[in-house]
Design a protein around this ligand. Structure first.
Ligand SMILES: [Zn+2]
Length: 69
């Protein structure tokens, strides 16, 4: 069941699919990252300077795209 939360940055209402709880999502209104709580219908803001900073903090590998000419 999806949860309904307000963006912690701009209060824009968001629908978060159940499978996406606990994952980082980006607000559709302001584009800033947040994470929907696994245990309650709330969202916590994630403060990151950039997407690269966010990926680094999450421990994810940077994606490498190879463009074939
Ligand atoms: Zn927002």
């Amino acid at each position: 069941m999806p949860v309904y939360v307000n963006c912690p940055h701009c209060e824009h209402p968001q629908v978060v699919p159940a499978a996406r709880r606990g994952r980082v999502r980006f607000c559709r209104q302001c584009g800033r990252p947040y994470r929907a709580s696994l245990t309650s219908d709330t969202a916590e803001p994630i403060h990151a300077e950039s997407l690269a900073d966010l990926q680094g903090r999450l421990g994810g590998r940077p994606r490498v795209y190879i463009l074939a000419a």
